[in-house]
Design a protein around this ligand. Structure first.
Ligand SMILES: [Zn+2]
Length: 71
């Protein structure tokens, strides 16, 4: 699962919409729009699904492997 992100039209920064989805589901979902409270502007922004993207949590495989005991 990832977080659906949109770009803040005021600052150009990525903000989380609070909607959790995975990339496959999100891409298959019908076109919709949303309204998200922006933590940067303290204002509501309207956005369209085509402007949004899913940010998957980064799995740090190297760190997991590095943490394994090495004897
Ligand atoms: Zn904003």
């Amino acid at each position: 699962m990832g977080m659906v992100m949109v770009k803040c039209p005021q600052t150009g920064r990525a903000i989380p919409t609070g909607i959790k989805s995975d990339r496959e589901t999100f891409l298959r979902s019908i076109v919709f729009f949303g309204n998200t409270r922006c933590p940067i502007c303290q204002a509501n922004h309207n956005w369209f699904a085509r402007e949004a993207w899913v940010e998957e949590p980064i799995v740090r495989t190297a760190e997991i492997l590095g943490a394994a005991p090495s004897c």
